[in-house]
Design a protein around this ligand. Structure first.
Ligand code: RAM
Length: 929
């Protein structure tokens, strides 16, 4: 059988295997190479599918196993990495043939072949041996390529124009620069690759085609340390003979959008481009077309102003048709200047880019005053609008954006602060004109059009949803409609704030990577989206932003000249890597980031006095205030002592660091950080724990939550502190939460661990102030910055923040549906499945796309019976806690569970039957009472 046939047979088998195990038997006969019931799927390199231009010399490879058989796992694997597709097809791993490795590792396997060099193409595949020692078929091939690894690989020069032009109508809103040159590809091309970066934002074209589908690119970095470049295979775009290459350059954050404002941002310089196009000819020769002074540049293009916060101005009369194709007359363009290179080192962008991921049609069009048209997209989202318009040349259509409306139906823009959030389009007058901005984005539900020639229709605007194109991390649904809506709101808000890092908000003049908003929230995010690559990039931003003395900014990258650092926000530098470790088994991140974490700890250690650290800037940010117009509470009883926040967080960080040190085989460090943590715990309790009252300081919800969450409560006192928390919630707050950004990130799990998941359910289904449901009742389709977002002062009142979600999304997946990673075997190698049947909830179901594959949990209450269907992916195991009055009556797929294959009863534990479960799909029936 030739290899093509083998592949086809394998593919057919894959389809049939899903149908039933019986079909599989016949496949086995048809495909002699594939005798195992396992298939190898979803190959990833550095958490990405077929990444181009990586700069990792030992990239980690992962694959997912699929099987309909229970108990399937990998006992060995073989990885082939070849320098060409053909070689791989011939099973020649000329770069790496791992041979048969007796190992169960199917994720994060480091490449260990020939040293990878710049420009290397790598084609790879994997096969595995299953639990019975049978080999699977080879996976479908995957690939990755290496970018430019060394500075000396770059022949290109940074080019641009380091001055403002006459067309700049405002100093921070330069017109977008356009650059071009033509070149000849003299011979037939075998391969062409372009490596490029354009700061702040850029688009590259070859012969009129946009290269790639990324937008708002490259990703944000701490430009004084790191600049991202992108790599594209452009073989298909290069023609034999004359060719044209061109680029747009926008300002982004590099050319500071707010250098002259009262809340300025740092300026890194004028926009600039670096481009290196390498053409390999079929005769083996090579040509390199680089950015240099032979390029032409104009600042007279149609984007006459661009600024991320204020919007884009486009004058279609200034379009230059064919500017990025051959034959364009660029005689009146200037020569591009070689400009100084940015300070940061060039590194590959190794995240999914930002893309337009979805389009939204307006659900309503109104005209609150003559000539003012307001579109309602029905959803607060992040991106921009595509405008379709016909009219006379010179007509200017104005688009403005807002999250909410005034009572008279006009846009409410007070909460956008200094951001103008306005796109202007001036018509060329040439038939139907379509416009989408390139170098700005808005956070909005409503768009307003004025100046439209005639009456716009619903089709005049289409919403474009824009964010890092991260894969879905799973799904959640339940019998409670409000909880489902909250889940959707969290999902919209979370993705809308992905901007190659996580921003606090997408709409006003801020949009920064505030660390505190995502510290513990990040763990919950992993269930919504695959943030493995995105967040390891952001952790790198943390490190790049760290000062030599160890200080870590509250905002990373710190695009502000006003610098602030405290404990709770930068604690993310220790907390987030822990979440990535547990959820994705990313041990390399821990190893690489370890020195930076230690440096931060040592630096912060300098602020400790007698075991207490008071360095806190924001308190428990945004607790529910006592009166509707307030941003921050003034009531001391609602506020948590900053020293409790900072000391608890710091102690938690020390314990995490001790865990990381153990993982990295640094026992001395592990001991040192653990005993330092113990000293701080003692100091915290001595200073703030009131033994008479059984709580800390003034006993706020957060003052109870943190010591409980971080295991800081003195032995035997836990129940008292927990009771105070419950008393606070049930008594004083009448069933409401009273936490802000800090306490809320741990509240739900603390209550659940203490046996009160019902209280969390009560919050989550509450619609009275303060609650998430109150936001929904008042029209929120994302999550507000403030509990009282509909009444508070607009000075700080975003409609699309995620920080107040706290650990709600985590709770939905881990505690309601019951899917959780076991830190002892990270990356979901061992899964802890412990659902909670709460209140009147009839069912809940969730899936999670774990590194080992899809995990599923779906429970339903039918009369007195609990019907729980679960899926445990191959090569993992699970411990499940099934609510059951006794183990005897539990049935699995129609049989007594004791007789079921893959299920082993361990013990009864507080009204639950606990089982060890092998990979597979199961249906368990029990009587919880
Ligand atoms: C606000 C931000 C952010 C928060 C900081 C302290 O301005 O929006 O969410 O982390 O302040």
């Amino acid at each position: 059988m030739n290899s093509i046939n083998t592949m086809n047979t394998t593919r057919i088998c894959s389809v049939l295997l899903v149908v039933s195990a019986i079909t599989f038997t016949s496949c086995k006969v048809a495909s002699p190479q594939s005798s195992s019931a396992i298939q190898v799927k979803t190959l990833r390199c550095e958490s990405l599918v077929n990444p181009r231009g990586i700069d990792e010399r030992e990239p980690r490879l992962s694959w997912i196993l699929e099987s309909v058989q229970r108990g399937q796992r990998q006992t060995a694997s073989q990885i082939l990495v070849a320098s060409s597709r053909e070689r791989l097809q011939r099973n020649e791993g000329d770069l790496w043939d791992s041979g048969r490795r007796d190992s169960s590792a199917s994720i994060q396997v480091s490449y260990a072949g020939k040293p990878l060099t710049s420009r290397q193409l790598c084609f790879w595949k994997v096969r595995v041996w299953d639990k019975d020692g049978k080999a699977s078929a080879w996976s479908e091939p995957a690939n990755f390529s290496v970018g430019l690894l060394a500075p000396s690989d770059w022949q290109a020069r940074w080019i641009g124009r380091d001055e403002t032009s006459t067309n700049t109508n405002e100093s921070r809103r330069l017109s977008a620069r356009m650059l071009r040159r033509e070149f000849i590809a003299a011979k037939p091309v075998s391969r062409a690759t372009v490596y490029f970066s354009g700061l702040g934002l850029s688009e590259l074209y070859i012969n009129g085609d946009k290269i790639g589908d990324q937008v708002l690119s490259p990703g944000l970095t701490e430009y004084s340390n790191r600049i991202h470049f992108l790599t594209f295979d452009v073989t298909a775009q290069i023609r034999r003979g004359q060719n044209a290459i061109g680029a747009w350059l926008g300002n982004g954050r590099y050319y500071a959008p707010r250098a002259n404002s009262p809340a300025p941002t740092l300026n890194y310089g004028f926009p600039k481009l670096l481009s290196q196009l390498e053409i390999n000819y079929t005769d083996g020769s090579r040509e390199v077309i680089v950015s240099d002074e032979s390029w032409k540049l104009t600042t007279e293009g149609p984007i006459i102003a661009n600024n991320e916060y204020d919007g884009e101005e486009y004058d279609a009369r200034r379009e230059m048709p064919g500017w990025n194709r051959i034959g364009f007359k660029d005689a009146d363009w200037q020569s591009a200047k070689a400009v100084s290179a940015p300070v940061g080192a060039l590194r590959a962008e190794m995240i999914e880019p930002i893309r337009v991921t979805e389009t939204l049609k307006p659900i309503k069009l109104t005209e609150p005053s003559p000539g003012v048209f307001v579109y309602d997209f029905g959803q607060n989202f992040v991106g921009w609008c595509r405008l379709a318009v016909r009219g006379p040349a010179g007509t200017t259509v104005k688009l403005r954006f807002a999250e909410t409306l005034n009572t008279n139906g006009t846009l409410y823009t007070a909460n956008l602060r200094d951001a103008k959030v306005t796109d202007l389009y001036t018509l060329s007058g040439n038939g139907e004109e379509i416009y989408e901005p390139r170098f700005t984005y808005h956070g909005f539900r409503y768009a307003e059009i004025t100046g439209f020639p005639g009456r716009p229709t619903k089709d005049s605007l289409i919403g474009k949803v824009v964010h890092d194109d991260v894969a879905s991390g799973g799904s959640f649904e339940s019998s409670n409609a409000l909880i489902n809506r909250l889940h959707e709101n969290v999902r919209w808000g979370t993705r809308g704030n992905y901007r190659s890092l996580s921003t606090d908000c997408p709409q006003r003049d801020e949009r920064q990577g505030w660390l505190g908003d995502r510290s513990a929230f990040a763990r919950g995010e992993t269930y919504q989206f695959d943030i493995a690559a995105l967040y390891s990039k952001w952790v790198q931003d943390f490190e790049d932003s760290q000062k030599p003395n160890g200080s870590m900014s509250d905002v990373c990258p710190p695009y502000w000249p006003i610098y602030s650092d405290n404990v709770t926000w930068p604690a993310s530098t220790i907390i987030i890597p822990g979440a990535l470790l547990d959820q994705y088994a990313d041990t390399r991140l821990i190893a690489r980031h370890y020195p930076s974490m230690v440096k931060w700890i040592e630096y912060m250690g300098g602020f400790i006095t007698n075991g207490i650290i008071e360095k806190d800037s924001y308190g428990d940010w945004c607790v529910p205030p006592e009166s509707p117009e307030l941003i921050h509470s003034k009531d001391p009883a609602r506020k948590t002592n900053p020293a409790i926040l900072a000391t608890s967080y710091f102690t938690h960080c020390l314990n995490l660091l001790s865990r990381y040190a153990t993982l990295l085989d640094k026992p001395d460090d592990a001991k040192r950080f653990a005993s330092w943590a113990t000293q701080m715990k003692t100091a915290l309790n001595e200073k703030f724990y009131n033994r008479e009252k059984g709580y800390y300081d003034n006993g706020t919800q957060t003052a109870c939550v943190l010591p409980l969450a971080f295991d800081l409560v003195p032995d035997g006192e836990r129940p008292r502190v927990f009771n105070q928390l419950v008393h606070k919630i049930e008594g004083e707050s009448r069933g409401h939460l009273g936490t802000g950004l800090i306490g809320g990130q741990w509240l739900n799990r603390v209550l659940t661990a203490g046996g009160r998941p019902d209280l969390v359910y009560r919050f989550a289904t509450n619609t009275a102030y303060p609650s998430w449901g109150y936001m929904v009742e008042n029209g929120a389709t994302t999550v507000w910055e403030l509990w009282n977002g509909n009444t508070a002062d607009p000075a700080m009142n975003s409609g699309n923040h995620v920080m107040l979600v706290g650990d709600l999304s985590l709770w939905l997946y881990e505690d309601l549906a019951g899917i959780k990673a076991d830190p002892a075997q990270p990356g979901f190698k061992h899964i802890l499945m412990k659902p909670n049947l709460v209140g009147d909830l009839k069912w809940a179901k969730a899936t999670h796309e774990s590194p080992y594959g899809r995990i599923a949990s779906h429970w339903r209450r039918v009369g007195n019976t609990l019907d729980w269907q679960i899926t445990v992916p191959p090569n993992t195991t699970a411990t499940i806690w099934l609510p059951a009055a006794n183990a005897e009556s539990v049935r699995e797929s129609g049989k007594p569970a004791t007789a079921a294959e893959g299920v082993k009863f361990l013990r009864m534990e507080s009204g639950r039957a606990v089982y060890q479960v092998q990979p597979g799909s199961y249906r368990l029936l029990s009587r919880p009472e």
